[in-house]
Design a protein around this ligand. Structure first.
Ligand code: NAG
Ligand code: NAG
Ligand code: NAG
Ligand code: NAG
Ligand code: NAG
Ligand code: NAG
Ligand code: NAG
Ligand code: NAG
Length: 561
């Protein structure tokens, strides 16, 4: 809706207005002037849907199943998408004529996947047009492990050989690493796999559920503080810089606890000398999970190339750990800032804001002006899921292979734009809502928080980040179940083997005593378990029913199919 509103606005005001924004030096957040008295101007850097293509098109993409492989792995896998797209790809003509045969429909794309430099064929096969997520295994041990990527090319043809499609990607087959840790991204479902000494150097699925945590005022003070956090059962931690000389004491202790950390270089990530020093210092910790470079570079309007420059610096030294960052804006130079990341974090904090008037700056907030603490938000729970959906949509606009999206949900106590803390129910709703919309990890802002929120998130972390919920959340992509006539029920499900996990989030602040029915797009035979929530669902074939639903109720239920 906001996208449409701004697009309309831009259309009315024309390109001249856009030009005008690039020249002034008034302070801006997400490209918008926010100080009282600053002239209004339209922010640049807005990403819109591309022009639809004139003819129906086939968009062929190829991507390794994992962003890296290591030399102890013998089987690799490529994902091949052959989607009909309105934005990307080459024209697709359905009718084909093969000499000697009756005219046919172009339903199968025949392809090879080769190493570009040598022509070595890794896969020769076919996919059905208008399908995605097709997996093709190959013998990766035919390749020499090395630090540089292999450039990979897919070459595809229609049966008559007249329609040609190509796609490229990069494949990493690294020498195995038996010190520290290795983290890889599952390009199919978006989750993480992690190995270190605590996993016997076997990759295991991993969901980070933890807090950005105060370093100078908390972690640094004593190892007891680190232990207190660990004892809450979170799977990961994100220490917030700046750090001090005794950082290594803290990190050694994280190793000992096997509490995995996201290493943050905000404040220093544009200094590539410093980045290189820091990566060299942390890269062999067994509890290193991932890197984090920029904190809200878009809000802050950091140089557009800054995230990519940091990314290149890090990957030259360490390709064994993914790199992420948090974007604050709804839509501000998304392509540039996201280019420097393997995974993207959103941090919309909607609870207790005034979305239309900033008390801090004494200005109105709208799509072209002001800063109300949550860019282009409405001030409702759905701001979180909308932001995650927006990021997925932008990647679709750009024709990119989707990067995993993580959430940074609001779970702090008393900061400037926010008149109140989220309640326990709101916290649970925001976290589970994020997962319903594809979030593959949760790093809350910020710890220490209130005891109430620390305990509430701890409870949820123990369920979401562990089996059985973990197996579903990392083992598949969520599929949404729209509920006719009730926009306030957000429902998703994940299918893994012969079981399906259904997640129900009630966004309604009022309870209802009438029956609530979830129509399932599949048939289930029985309820296996209910890892989260106290709703007692009745399963009947392809419906889940409950008599009455509490305000802001959250539920996870696992079904046998
Ligand atoms: C946003 O607010 C500013 C300041 O009041 C105003 O000048 C501008 O027209 C508003 N923009 C929109 C899109 O309403
Ligand atoms: C492509 O697949 C979708 C379902 O996934 C179907 O609705 C659509 O009709 C198909 N399009 C063509 C041209 O086959
Ligand atoms: C870190 O250093 C500070 C000041 O030098 C000291 O007070 C603190 O105890 C140290 N923390 C740990 C965990 O060693
Ligand atoms: C893993 O190695 C770290 C040192 O890198 C050590 O502190 C920790 O105790 C080891 N954990 C296990 C489970 O062996
Ligand atoms: C960049 O980092 C290096 C290494 O830490 C430091 O010596 C240098 O002063 C930093 N440069 C700036 C401009 O801060
Ligand atoms: C990065 O962008 C800045 C402008 O914001 C430019 O001055 C600098 O040269 C660029 N650096 C590289 C390596 O391209
Ligand atoms: C936001 O602030 C304006 C101006 O003080 C006020 O009129 C409005 O009611 C507030 N909205 C909310 C949701 O608090
Ligand atoms: C919180 O949600 C539970 C159900 O999950 C409900 O019983 C309770 O009334 C809710 N609390 C508030 C304050 O809405």
């Amino acid at each position: 809706m906001l996208v449409a509103a701004l697009a309309a606005l831009l259309a009315v005001q024309g390109a001249a207005a856009l030009q005008a924004t690039t020249t002034t030096d008034i302070p801006r957040w997400c490209g918008k002037p926010y100080e009282s008295g600053s002239p209004n101007s339209i922010p640049s850097g807005w990403l819109d849907a591309p022009e639809p293509l004139a003819t129906q098109s086939l968009y062929v993409q190829v991507e390794p199943r994992y962003n890296i492989y290591v030399s102890s792995e013998k089987t690799g896998s490529f994902i091949v998408d052959a989607a009909l797209s309105q934005y990307h790809g080459q024209p697709y003509h359905q009718d084909i004529q093969v000499p000697g045969l009756a005219s046919q429909l172009f339903t199968d794309l025949y392809f090879t996947i080769t190493v570009e430099s040598t022509g070595q064929v890794l896969v020769a096969n076919a996919v059905t047009v208008n399908t995605t997520d097709n997996l093709f295994d190959f013998d990766i041990s035919l390749l020499e492990p090395r630090f540089d990527a292999y450039d990979i090319k897919l070459y595809g043809l229609s049966l008559d050989g007249l329609q040609v499609y190509t796609a490229t990607t990069q494949l990493y087959y690294l020498p195995d690493k038996l010190t520290g840790s290795v983290t890889k991204i599952d390009n199919l479902n978006g989750g993480l796999l992690f190995k270190n000494n605590a996993t016997n150097f076997e990759f295991v699925p991993f969901f980070a559920f933890g807090f950005y945590t105060n370093y100078g005022g908390y972690l640094e003070l004593s190892l007891e503080n680190v232990k207190a956090y660990y004892d809450l059962g979170y799977t990961a931690i994100h220490p917030i810089p700046s750090f001090s000389a005794n950082l290594t004491t803290i990190l050694d202790y994280l190793d000992e606890l096997n509490l995995l950390f996201q290493y943050d270089m905000r404040g220093t990530y544009t200094n590539l000398t410093s980045v290189a020093e820091q990566v060299t210092m942390v890269k062999d910790y067994s509890s290193l999970l991932v890197y984090y470079t920029a904190d809200e570079p878009d809000g802050n309007q950091d140089p557009l190339n800054s995230t990519s420059l940091a990314y290149d610096t890090i990957t030259k030294l360490d390709k064994y750990h993914p790199i992420g960052l948090a974007l604050n804006c709804q839509n501000y130079y998304f392509e540039d800032y996201s280019a420097g990341a393997d995974y993207l974090m959103e941090d919309a904090y909607p609870i207790g804001i005034n979305a239309t008037f900033s008390k801090k700056w004494d200005t109105p907030c709208n799509v072209t002006y002001g800063d109300c603490g949550c860019d282009n938000c409405v001030g409702e729970l759905q701001d979180v899921s909308n932001r995650l959906d927006d990021f997925a949509l932008y990647q679709e606009y750009l024709g990119q292979w989707p990067k995993p999206r993580w959430a940074v949900p609001q779970s702090f106590d008393g900061e400037e734009y926010w008149s109140r803390d989220p309640t326990v129910n709101e916290t649970w709703v925001m976290n589970q809502l994020a997962v319903n919309h594809g979030a593959k990890s949760i790093m809350l802002w910020t710890y220490p928080t209130t005891d109430v929120l620390a305990a509430a998130n701890s409870q949820q972390s123990k369920v979401l980040a562990n089996s059985p919920a973990l197996d579903f959340v990392t083992g598949a992509k969520p599929k949404a179940i729209p509920i006719k006539g009730n926009d306030l029920l957000d429902v998703s499900y994940w299918t893994v083997g012969k079981q399906i996990m259904v997640s129900v989030v009630n966004l309604d602040y009022a309870s209802t005593s009438s029956a609530v029915t979830i129509p399932l797009p599949f048939w289930a035979s029985s309820i296996a378990s209910s890892p989260w929530g106290s709703i007692e669902w009745d399963l009947s074939g392809n419906t889940l029913t409950v008599q009455g639903l509490d305000a802001l109720a959250t539920s996870l239920v696992i079904l046998n199919v």
